[in-house]
Design a protein around this ligand. Structure first.
Ligand SMILES: [Zn+2]
Ligand SMILES: [Zn+2]
Length: 453
């Protein structure tokens, strides 16, 4: 990360009012986890839900820049639980997501849109207008029969600074470019309002390099967000900005394609997603798009049609080969969440108590997670004396160089990304031990040589 870029923003999250979310998805938890992760601007999520809106009204105060902060009396007890090196200002952007299910040109379309609003008043007005068209109460991410083009029109009428970002554009079932749900281009969806859309969200299963292959996306900012359903996943995908956080400044950075204020994205490896490659889970068949196409998209084991992944859909719409680099595109910084890195080193589950304890010690000693993963000089970890973590700097070196072992997810099976090959960890640990024993012996020998006979 270059030093000119000063903060991280994760704009797509969910509150506990959305389906299948953790009861921990509240403002206090988001404020807490934002500091542990090192995220300075967090979406509120679910800003069309009346219950959540009144909570936002009660618990947030305006930061006078189009963003909001948790009230000081609510923030103080949370901040006391945050390690000193992680403590930082957290601001909220009013955000939400709408699930549009509607018919266009004889086909049912299912498209998710991330909405970003410059004020709570604008969000309240949007909620009021959407309530006339469907149920905004039952789900933080309401399902409406509303065309995303018309949603955008309503948003812009309420406040011209409102922004719609097509969410996780490649997922098969609920996305603008999804193979089962959407269109082949933004124009087909937004028509006359296409120029009002200046950013798309790549989602967990795709990354900027995949999107660079699709020329029709060249004019758009590619952004990444966690889409979290549990606060501990905050910042697993996120965006880097320069300057000082403010609603207008963030939107200007996204609009101006050649501006320097957008520093690219933070990404999990897209292979970790459940629908990255093609295949059949039951047949244990995983294939690349090229292999599937050569087999007419049929499973070589059972002969039935393969479940085609996100990479396949990109391949379908891409005029450019894999590996194409869009000139002057901002960088993508890859991460593996710190609990997974530590879990691999300790050879324990990433949710185990041992891993949780070790991660906490790292946060106390080195600051927030994303800074540990991406920014802190590796030399800082050289003297690390935490049991089992002596290879952390090697793990982080590999991560930052993208020297990782990837097994892509397919047909609903999560992929895996590892830093060390089977059996490599004990071998590295053994070599380290021998090296330090050698150093010790040399030191002892040195002392012997200098001491009088
Ligand atoms: Zn969604
Ligand atoms: Zn099969």
């Amino acid at each position: 990360m270059t030093t000119a870029l000063s903060y991280i923003a994760d704009l797509h999250v969910h509150s506990r009012h959305s389906r299948a979310t953790s009861p921990q998805c509240n403002l206090e938890s988001l404020h807490y986890w934002a500091q542990l992760k090192g995220v300075a601007v967090v979406g509120t999520g679910d800003c069309t839900h009346p219950g959540w809106l009144s909570e936002l009204q009660d618990k947030l105060v305006s930061a006078d820049n189009g963003l909001y902060r948790l009230r000081p009396e609510l923030a103080a007890p949370v901040d006391r639980r945050v390690p000193a090196l992680c403590r930082a200002d957290v601001q909220f952007m009013i955000s939400g997501e709408i699930s549009s299910i509607y018919k266009r040109d004889g086909a049912v379309r299912k498209i998710h849109s991330l909405i970003l609003m410059p004020s709570l008043a604008a969000a309240r007005e949007l909620s009021r207008q959407l309530a006339r068209r469907g149920n905004v109460h039952s789900d933080g991410r309401p399902i409406l029969g509303l065309d995303p083009r018309d949603l955008l029109h309503i948003m812009l009428e309420i406040d011209p600074a409102a922004v719609l970002v097509p969410a996780h554009v490649w997922t098969p079932w609920f996305a603008l470019l999804g193979s089962k749900s959407g269109f082949d281009s933004l124009e087909q969806c937004f028509g006359d309002l296409t120029t009002q859309v200046f950013a798309v969200e790549t989602g967990l299963s795709s990354d900027p390099p995949m999107n660079w292959r699709v020329a029709s996306l060249d004019g758009l900012r590619l952004i990444s967000n966690s889409d979290l359903h549990s606060p501990k996943n905050l910042g697993r995908n996120a965006n880097l900005f320069g300057g000082t956080p403010a609603y207008d400044a963030i939107m200007a950075a996204l609009r101006e394609r050649h501006g320097r204020a957008f520093g690219g994205t933070i990404e999990m490896f897209p292979e970790q997603g459940k629908y990255h490659a093609d295949g059949h889970r039951k047949c244990e068949v995983r294939m690349t798009p090229e292999e599937s196409l050569a087999a007419d998209n049929l499973c070589p084991a059972c002969g039935k049609p393969l479940t085609l992944g996100v990479l396949h859909r990109v391949h379908e719409l891409a005029a450019r080969p894999s590996g194409f680099r869009l000139p002057a595109a901002p960088p993508a910084h890859y991460i593996i969440p710190l609990p997974e890195v530590v879990g691999e080193l300790l050879q324990r589950g990433s949710a185990s108590q041992a891993v949780e304890r070790a991660v906490w010690q790292l946060l106390e000693n080195y600051g927030p997670e994303l800074s540990i993963l991406l920014k802190r000089p590796l030399g800082d970890f050289a003297g690390l004396e935490l049991p089992g973590l002596r290879l952390l700097s090697e793990a982080l070196r590999r991560l930052r160089q993208c020297e990782v072992i990837r097994e892509a997810g397919y047909d609903g099976e999560y992929g895996t990304v590892r830093l060390f090959a089977d059996g490599e960890l004990p071998e590295l640990a053994r070599r380290r031990l021998i090296a330090s024993a050698d150093r010790l012996r040399q030191r002892v020998a040195g002392v012997d040589a200098s001491s009088p006979p």
